[in-house]
Every structure is written in C-alpha cells, then in structure tokens.
Ligand binder design. Structure first.
Ligand code: TYD
Ligand code: MG
Length: 452
C-alpha cells in the first residue's frame, strides 16, 4: 500500500484548533467562520531542523541552581526595563506591532549595540543591502552582529550550528517556513511549527530568540493565539504613526512584571530612548493658557505626567459636539454629566473637545480630576497655575476618590518641579518629607473654589 504523503486539514485562524472537516464555528474558541484549509504533510522525510539529544531527569527544587546575574543587560535601558531587568537566556520574546511602527528598527538597533554577545539577525523581509542601509542610517556598526536573509527554518538552523550565536532575531515569524509542513508561510500550522522548533532550540541551547510578529487589523498578533501562549514574553510596540513617540509595552512576561512600559522617540537616526517621558509629554509654555491641566498618571508601573487640553465653546449647531483624543469619550460624557448635575455648571449646550498631548492614550481614571479642571478652566477662561498638577478619580456624586500609588505620583510631580498637587482627601499616604504642597479635597466644588 502506498502511503498518502500530503494531507490537508482545517485550522481555526483564531486559536489554531485543527479539524479534519470544515466547521462554521470553532468548538474551542467559539469564533465563527475562522476555519481555513491548509496542507500538512504527516510523513515527512525532510532532514534538518533542531535535533534533540538531551534527556531531562527530575531534580529536587532545592538543588536547582539559579542566579539573577545570568540576565543579559542590554545597552537599551528601556528594553531592559520592559523585559524586567534584562534578557533571560533561553527565553523566547515575541514583539508585535503595526506595520511601519519600528519593530525591525528596534531590534536591529539592539543587535548593533551589543558589545559582547554574538547576534544573528535573520530577515525574511528585507535584503542584506536594505538592512545595511538601515544600519548606516541609525549610524551604528558592530563586530558582533551577523545578518542572514533566509526564510527556511532548516537553513537557519544549519547556519546557527556553525555560527553559534548568543541571541537570535527572527524578522518575522510570518515569513518563516519549515519543510515539515506544506502549507504556505504565515499560515497557522506553519507559525505553530516554526515557533515550536525555535522554542526547542532556545530552551536547549540557552539562546535567546526574539520573534517579530505582524498584527492583524484588530491589533492582535497575526496567527493563532497559541503563539502568545508558547513564548515567554510578549511585547507590543505601539504609537501613533503621526507622532514620533513609540511605546513598548509588556503584555505577558514570565520573568518580570507585565505592566512595564518603555518610551522611544523615532527620529532621523532611528529610535532614541526616552528615559524621562514626562518631560516630552508636557509642552513648553511661556505663559499660562486656559484649558490646560496636568495629570499625574501611572502607565504600567511608571508614573508619568501628562498634559490635558480642553476647549469648551458654545455649540453652533443644535447638537453639541463632544470629542476626546486619547481619552474615553464615554467617560468624558460621564464627567460632564457630573459637572452639570452635581456642581451646577451649564455645559449642556457647549461643544467640548479634549486632547491628551503627545498622541498617547490614557486609561488611568486618576486623570479625571485634571480633565475636569481643564474643562472648567476653558469654560471660565481662566488659566490654571502652571506649577499645579492633579491626581484623583471623580465619582458619580462629584466626590474626589482616592487613587492607587499616590506616593509615586507625588514624587514624580515633585521631581519635575511642580509646586502643588491636588489629590483626594481620602488618599492616605506617608508624608515622608515632600517639599511639594499637597492639597487634599473631597469635592469638585472645593477644588473650584481653590482654583478660580
Ligand atoms: P520599521 O522598523 O521598518 O517598521 P516595522 O518593522 O515595524 O514594519 O520602521 C520603518 C519606519 O520607521 C519607517 O516609516 C521610517 C521610520 N524610520 C525613521 O523615521 N528613522 C529611522 O532612522 C529609521 C530606520 C526608520
Ligand atoms: Mg519590519
């Protein structure tokens, strides 16, 4: 009997579930219409790939050696921070982000800045010449960085065997294909298989592997969700392409906090680390203008001061317009309703526009107080003091509620030279010699009396 060599199966594009038949609804993740046929070959005689020889034995947990000094500290402080204090050898790091956001630039820059580790940068998207051009542009050169343009995992592993790099960068996982499976690069089964081979390689040799992943239109990493489960760390590179600032965010990290944040600025010579984000998010002003409020917020684990601008004007048409950039419009409407109902401000017939400068989005509710004060400032056309900032959440009855990690917010405000911070009177904190004036208020009216 002749064995059938190629076989096809249906894969859910959302979670990677395999089925012999087409299904309308995935039984695993309940998504509709996600099954696509892919060719797989079961009996494969392809040689190559990563060969396993080691057999692991059970070890007493108390006898396992472990030391934190093993982490590779890179020259990029923001990257170290996001990874939880450097790279853990043998880990798999997935970097996702919109096209053109700077994923390749970030990792090439990292590869070129390495002083003692041998790095292999595998690109399936650009030619050697193009990569060199980019390297010249970011003005770095390195004796430790090797470039390989290749899309077959078998060939990559062959080169790795000779080169023995300390760190491997794959740009991108969607262009890679393994000969063990017949389906096209970028398909669910290819991504899963290639990642599995790379994991095996990383864990056994202790080599760190960076994978660049494309994201789909919903912002999730293209390919099955399973990819995110397989790797140790998932990073997301985001930002508005019209602005120069980029945020590197941890979504998952087996070796550190998952709420870390790194900030970069994209300029002519590649990405520049921004070690003090508050400075760039607050525009330089010579004189105070109405409608501007400064909020002490926490993004991830990092305190940042952001500037909120609002414009309140009489509505020209029947329906007043409300629009917010970088802030939830629904929450802004709620805050406007609180001002109207609880504090007696007539904002119902006014257009309200709100903008958080720098093109970043803030979800922290502690910026409520700054939002409200900036709206009132524009309404009254009275500028707020430029050296005052705010941290407080607004409740539905107009009360100012306590926010978390108030000490870090105060410290950051103090560090940046602010002279006064207005917070909730319910916030408890240890007064450990702050020089900044801390004003505690319980209601919006109290803040209003204080400011205007
Ligand atoms: P890239 O790293 O190719 O994005 P990705 O790999 O995420 O698709 O980034 C390309 C963008 O970055 C491109 O729009 C140009 C810009 N850029 C600069 O502004 N300055 C630079 O020095 C470099 C290298 C790129
Ligand atoms: Mg790229």
């Amino acid at each position: 009997m002749v064995k059938k060599k190629t076989q096809s199966a249906f894969f859910c594009q959302s979670c990677g579930t395999q089925s012999p038949k087409w299904l309308g609804k995935c039984p695993q993740c309940n998504e509709w219409n996600t099954f696509i046929e892919e060719i797989i070959s079961k009996e494969s005689d392809v040689k190559g790939g990563f060969k396993t020889s080691k057999i692991n034995k059970p070890t007493l947990i108390s006898e396992i050696d472990y030391s934190n000094e093993d982490r590779i500290i890179t020259n990029d402080k923001e990257l170290n921070r996001v990874l939880g204090g450097g790279i853990v050898p043998g880990s798999l790091i997935l970097l996702g982000g919109d096209p053109g956001i700077g994923k390749s630039t970030l990792l090439l820059q990292f590869a070129l800045s390495s002083k003692n580790n041998k790095i292999l940068y595998v690109s399936g998207e650009e030619s050697e010449g193009q990569i060199k051009m980019r390297a010249e542009r970011i003005n770095k050169n390195s004796e430790h960085c090797y470039i390989l343009t290749e899309t077959s995992t078998q060939n990559v592993f062959q080169q790795i065997e000779q080169l023995q790099p300390d760190i491997l960068v794959i740009d991108s996982i969607q262009t890679l294909h393994t000969a063990h499976i017949d389906s096209s690069p970028g398909s669910v089964s290819q991504i899963r298989e290639c990642t599995a081979e790379l994991i095996k390689y990383a864990k056994e040799t202790g080599t760190t592997v960076f994978l660049i992943g494309h994201i789909n239109k919903d912002g999730a990493i293209a390919g099955p969700k399973i990819l995110e489960h397989m790797v140790d760390t998932v990073l997301q590179f985001e930002g508005d392409r019209n602005y120069v600032y980029r945020i590197l965010r941890t979504i998952k990290n087996r070796f550190g906090s998952a709420s870390e944040l790194g900030v970069y600025e994209m300029n002519q010579e590649g990405l520049r680390e921004v070690n003090n984000p508050s400075e760039i998010l607050i525009s330089e002003r010579d004189e105070a203008t109405s409608g501007v409020g400064i909020a002490a917020t926490i993004e991830g684990a990092r305190p940042i001061l952001v500037e909120i601008q609002s414009l309140v004007s009489s509505a020209v048409y029947g329906n007043p317009q409300r629009s917010a950039t970088g802030f939830d419009t629904k929450r802004m409407n709620m805050l406007l309703a609180v001002l109207e109902k609880r504090c007696g401000f007539k904002l119902g017939a006014k257009d309200v526009f709100l903008n958080i400068t720098g093109g970043i989005k803030i979800a922290d509710t502690a910026i409520d107080l700054a939002v409200v004060c900036s709206i009132l400032s524009s309404e009254q056309d009275v500028a707020l003091d430029t050296l005052t900032c705010f941290a407080g959440e607004i409740g539905l009855s107009g009360e100012i509620r306590a926010v978390n990690r108030i000490e870090s917010r105060i410290t950051e405000a103090e560090k940046l030279g602010y002279q006064q911070i207005i917070i909730s009177k319910y916030n408890k904190f240890s007064p450990k010699g702050f020089t900044i004036k801390i004003v505690q208020c319980g209601k919006i009216e109290e803040v209003f009396k204080l400011l205007f």
